[in-house]
Write a protein that binds this ligand. Structure first.
Ligand code: G3P
Length: 215
């Protein structure tokens, strides 16, 4: 399973990338705005830290506008993947970009039907939003199961990115389902490391050692 970081914070990206556990990065307009920095500058910096797919999202509404925005973002670095929202215009833009060899990550996917449309249009990645479905009392991970099943029936060259991850259980469930990628916010990445019994175990080993051999 690949781990992407869902953030535009370069310090956090650097911290986890140094551990060798980051295969890519996803950003969105909210995450970029949170950093309060120049969009292209941040994206460029991220490409220098992580050698893998880096998603940058378009902000325009029509297919033609999205394509020209995408072309300019794609020119920043070969690893740039264009995040396109799941709309009719977005599907049209995805198809146009796929034909030009520009990779698309179709975002804001909330149903199996939307995922199927994205795959058909030529999206290289599909991002179902697990947490936001949970927020409205749907079981977000069930969407992952459906999309996995659909993609496994055909030969689409398309990977699933479990997005809107809110807790470690989302990551573990995505892995059990066989989802290709989880894009994980830094706070959830931190939580993945933790288990109280690990801390207690380390403390006990240390105490036993020191009781015989000293510090
Ligand atoms: O980048 C898309 C997605 O991961 C956003 O997550 O927590 O804003 O629903 P969230």
């Amino acid at each position: 399973m690949k781990f992407f970081l869902d953030t535009a914070n370069v310090e956090k990206i650097r911290e986890f990338a140094e551990m060798g556990i980051v295969d890519g990065v996803t950003t969105n307009p909210s995450l970029i705005a949170k950093e309060g920095r120049n969009f292209e500058e941040v994206i460029k910096e991220i490409t220098q830290i992580v050698d893998g797919p880096i998603s940058a999202e378009v902000t325009k509404d029509t297919a033609n506008e999205m394509v020209s925005e995408a072309e300019s973002l794609a020119s920043i670095h070969d690893n740039i993947v264009i995040k396109i929202p799941m709309t009719k215009e977005g599907i049209k833009a995805t198809n146009m970009l796929a034909k030009k060899g520009i990779k698309v990550n179709m975002t804001l996917v909330f149903s199996p039907a939307q995922a199927l449309l994205a795959a058909k249009a030529g999206a290289r990645y599909i991002s179902p939003f697990v947490g936001r479905l949970d927020d409205i009392s749907h079981i977000g991970t069930e969407l992952l199961i459906s999309i996995r099943e659909i993609l496994d029936n055909y030969d689409f060259e398309c990977e699933i990115i479990a997005a809107s991850i809110r807790n470690p259980l989302h990551v573990v469930e995505a892995a059990r389902i066989g989802v290709d990628i989880a894009t994980i916010p830094p706070a959830v990445m931190e939580q993945l490391f933790k288990h109280p019994l690990t801390d207690i175990g380390i403390e006990r080993f240390k105490k036993d050692w020191e009781s015989v051999f000293g510090k």
